[in-house]
Design a protein around this ligand. Sequence first.
Ligand code: TRP
Length: 327
Amino acid sequence: MEKVVSGIRPTGNLHLGNYFGAVKSFVKMQDEYDCKFFIADWHSLTTHPKPEDIRKSAKTILAEYLACGIDPEKAPIYIQSDVKEVLELYLYFNMNAYLGELERVTSFKEKVRKQPDNVNAGLLTYPSLMAADILMHKADKVPVGKDQEQNMEMARLFARRFNRIYEVEYFKEPESFHFNDKAVKIPGLDGSGKMGKSEGNCIYLCDDEKTLTKKVMKAVTDAGPTEPNSPKPDVIQNLFTLMEVASTPDTLDYFNEKWNTCEIRYGDLKKQLAADLCNLTRPIRERILDFQANDEYLNKVARMGAEAARETAAKTLAEVRQIIGFK
Ligand code: TRP
């Protein structure tokens, strides 16, 4: 069976955009591939050197992914810092990673702009750690967003380069699997476009119903249609797109009809949308709370995940040591 690996940056709670993007595709993939997922807590040190409570954030993410349907029996899920083997492979890749190519990575340049006072070596070598994450499990496919394509190219480059330098056919080049291509793009509530944490326009899976409803009721709208059957401006289309994922087809038809006849009342639409979003997220939120209350279970999942990851990682590292000549 083809192997899949993907890392999750622990940068905050899951929102609807994550849910309909990465998370849904992970949940689907766990039935079709030999999957491993991990929480990239070491990577997060590149931007947050002194995290508030890094273990707790990792476990929050873990609880959220489990609540969304990741089944640790099908797909081990581990915390990156529990599997030290990756560091050794990171070191070997770094020895054959060159300053020039690392400096040219767009996300590095972006970070340099964003945090000019903390341009650390970890940031520069982010792609080698990511390559180690992937190649230590010999992944065939890596589900990532489009923004990760350059890091994926680096992973393929490091795989090829390793093979060339040590004259082996050892690492296979991992393929990207872009879940964004197929997923519905979830818009934010501010009319600006995509839902995103940095945009501050998110509905989080852990939002309670009052918070969620308030956010929806405050969503940006316009003065309403003046002509029958007019095209919808982006701010309005965004609300309809959310309805497409949260509401029944009947509800969607009803409000489309109201729009087309210029009888739409945004207050009614928002109330309905809020109720439907509450229904969608309620069972997930309840499961998140259940998992979070069960620290013992979360520890067990992380431990099982780490054991599974260490098994393949240790094998790879033993072989890599042999290839380089340490043993
Ligand atoms: N860089 C990825 C992101 O920002 C997270 C990540 C780290 C990752 N290591 C990985 C993703 C390995 C896939 C495979 O989203």
